[in-house]
Design a protein around this ligand. Structure first.
Ligand SMILES: [Zn+2]
Length: 700
């Protein structure tokens, strides 16, 4: 599903940018490797994933010197980084298990039986079409011919709006994006959002950085675009020239776009207008023709998220030869379909640049993994409904809800205890907290796919129709009442998110299981692990970005000026702290880019700790009794750290440090714990120990 890159909601773990060929949003750094000795079905004995696992601890490491290594070295030894992964951690470990479950469902539904429901036919036939490489290879580029012909038929800039609306509908991310979203000023109203886009590299700074590595990456990108054009049948010299044209156009768009750090401030993305007024700004591009072709409203409120970008786009349409625009569109068309819908040569070339060159993966994922991911993206709630019925017992929902309520209660008490916030702002903060909606597992009402046609043997056509269906569904929301039950993640997803405009926290079923939560474990382990995630999502409502939205999801300041200043003084401490971390030689973390996630990590763990202490007291837990060699409070911290055990390739670490709003997992463990004296007390750390920050940062 297409989302503007700067949509303001926050998830727990990184996006899979650059690893897939199509637009992906807010997944874990996905597709993990097959578990050892798993042939083609779900193994009869699944690996025992534990929330607190003493066998992973490395006792040769001093917990006060490097708690991450102390907690995770055993896991690292047991889990060498798989060749098809850019990074592999506990989230990928569980995603992999979930994917085996999805595979079993899909293989059953793909088998030719007559008793399938309409949704089962769709997921089964889409999986079978994706797996059918013989047909995909045999058809070659022919299924894309009608779309290539449309682009070839463009004669004047006047024809661009209607063509672009069609390309956007089928999932081609050229120039900009248009989608529905809640009005920043009035969250009860759905309006059209116009956002910057149109880049083939992960984000705008890839086009502007001047260091040697970045220059090299741009050359590698041009070589990749060149090879894709050749695969599509262009003569070599023409393809080389066309690839340079693509880079030139994208560089121009990139320079007019906001940086990813600037995009984190919703004020930078809020430029209310209406469709008619906006159309007058675009003097060389008929917005009326575009919205007519997109079947979007011809009038009404709109948000021009990046005016500078759209001014440059307007100028670009006027002064760029039409053949160059066609070249650019042809590239984005090929790019959008170069995964599992086109012959393996395209697929391999796309993997080589995005997963291998940019992120260091050594081997392409097996086809079934990518096809499973594809069905999850295209028909996520049809697949998710079957998944939930088999793998998500109703009791899990209740347990998660109870823990969420306990963490919310802890936050209520924490707000009372803050010494830097005024009574007036505390009232507003509590109002917001008490309005948060808790969504757990899966939607109450499943998405209706009856209008989506899936044809067995037509992988490319299915991809086109799935996008058209999704874009139509999205644009159809404009002007209608807000559906607060809607989900932005599919049920099997191993992730979680907070949505500031909905003011809700969301925990998909796929995440609510070991190694993050288990009914077999005690509260110390479960609160340290999943409790900290619940606290993380809740804290996003009060991070540097989320705090700008009120209890109803409106972008409206509810802080006194004095409190705002005190908040910023405290967050500046964290910006400096993370700016100082050199993740790979020469590349530091970006303290401002990662501030929201770092705040959520620290605040979330603190809330989980408070909630657990209350729970332990009420249950008269003996705080000195050791289990597996560790006291309850020590197990709380170890369970927190063990969720972040992750192996990462240096190439991917670089990509992550430059563009991911989440700090790498080592710092999500050690840097967060260094700010909590309660942690140091549990392990009796000396003041001079590495795991003790003498001047800890603290906000919530
Ligand atoms: Zn987050």
């Amino acid at each position: 599903m297409f989302r503007l890159a700067d949509a303001p909601y926050r998830c727990l773990v990184p996006l899979a940018f650059a690893l897939a060929s199509g637009p992906v949003f807010c997944q874990t750094v996905a597709p993990p490797v097959a578990l050892p000795s798993v042939p083609s079905a779900v193994p009869s004995t699944e690996p025992a994933l534990r929330v607190f696992d003493p066998s992973l601890i490395d006792k040769t490491v001093d917990p006060c010197e490097n708690f991450y290594r102390f907690s995770c070295n055993g896991w690292f030894k047991r889990n060498p980084l798989p060749a098809d992964q850019a990074s592999y951690g506990r989230f990928t470990e569980l995603s992999e298990l979930n994917r085996l479950h999805l595979k079993q469902i899909l293989e059953e539904e793909a088998a030719p039986v007559t008793t399938r429901s309409a949704n089962e036919q769709k997921i089964g036939d889409e999986y079978a079409s994706c797996m059918d490489t013989a047909t995909v290879n045999k058809l070659g580029i022919a299924p894309l011919k009608p779309e290539l012909d449309r682009i070839a038929a463009l004669k004047t800039p006047g024809g661009l709006p209607a063509l672009l609306a069609h390309l956007h509908a089928i999932g081609v991310s050229a120039f900009f994006g248009m989608e529905s979203n809640q009005d920043y000023a009035d969250s009860s109203s759905i309006i059209s959002f116009y956002g910057a886009g149109g880049l083939g590299l992960p984000e705008r700074d890839y086009y502007t950085r001047t260091d040697a590595k970045s220059v090299e990456q741009r050359q590698q990108y041009v070589a990749h675009v060149h090879r894709i054009f050749v695969l599509a049948g262009e003569p070599d010299a023409q393809a080389a020239k066309d690839a340079e044209t693509v880079l030139a156009i994208e560089t121009r768009l990139a320079k007019a776009s906001l940086t990813i750090t600037e995009q984190r401030d919703p004020q930078n993305l809020n430029h209310p207008t209406d469709v008619i007024s906006f159309s007058k700004e675009l003097t060389h591009f008929s917005l009326a023709d575009y919205v007519a072709a997109a079947h979007a409203p011809a009038a009404g409120k709109a948000n021009d998220m990046e005016p500078k970008f759209f001014a440059e786009f307007n100028a670009l349409v006027a002064d760029t030869p039409i053949d160059q625009i066609k070249t650019y569109l042809r590239w984005h068309l090929l790019h959008a379909f170069a995964g599992t819908s086109l012959p393996e040569s395209f697929d391999q070339e796309t993997w080589n640049f995005y997963a291998h060159t940019l992120n260091g993966a050594e081997k392409q994922q097996e086809r079934w993994k990518r096809c499973t991911t594809r069905v999850d993206h295209e028909l996520g709630e049809a697949l998710g409904e079957v998944y939930v019925s088999r793998y998500f017992p109703p009791a899990e929902k209740q347990r998660t809800l109870e823990m969420t309520l306990a963490i919310e209660q802890a936050m209520d008490k924490d707000i009372d205890a803050l010494d830097w916030m005024s009574a007036a702002t505390k009232v507003k903060a509590k109002e917001k907290l008490h309005t948060v909606m808790n969504k757990i597992g899966y939607p109450d009402k499943w998405r209706d796919y009856s209008k989506l046609e899936i044809v067995r043997g037509d992988a490319l056509g299915n991809q086109v129709r799935a996008h058209e269906f999704d874009v139509a569904r999205d644009l159809n929301k404009i002007g209608k009442p807000v559906d607060r039950g809607e989900w932005q993640m599919t049920p099997p997803t191993v992730n979680a998110y907070y949505d500031p405009q909905m003011n809700n926290v969301n925990f998909p079923a796929g995440y609510l299981q070991p190694p993050f939560f288990s009914g077999q474990e005690d509260d110390a382990a479960n609160y340290g692990d999943m409790g900290s995630t619940i606290g993380h999502e809740l804290t996003h409502g009060f991070d540097d970005e989320g705090r700008q939205f009120d209890k109803d999801g409106n972008l409206k300041n509810w802080w006194t000026q004095n409190d705002e200043q005190k908040f910023t003084e405290r967050t500046d401490c964290m910006v400096k702290q993370y700016d100082a971390i050199e993740a790979v030689p020469g590349v530091h973390l970006n303290g401002k880019l990662t501030l929201g996630e770092n705040l959520a990590d620290l605040g979330g763990l603190w809330l989980a700790w408070l909630a657990w202490l209350d729970k332990a007291e009420a249950a008269h837990v003996d705080m000195t009794a050791a289990t597996g060699g560790y006291t309850p409070d020590q197990r709380f911290w170890i369970a927190y750290a063990q969720q972040w055990c992750t192996q990462t390739r240096p190439e991917h670490l670089r990509t992550q440090a430059q563009g991911d709003p989440h700090a790498p997992d080592e710092y999500r463990t050690n840097t967060v714990l260094q700010d909590l004296p309660e942690f140091a007390r549990s392990f009796s750390c000396r003041k001079a120990a590495a795991m003790v920050n003498p001047k800890p940062c603290r906000v919530w």
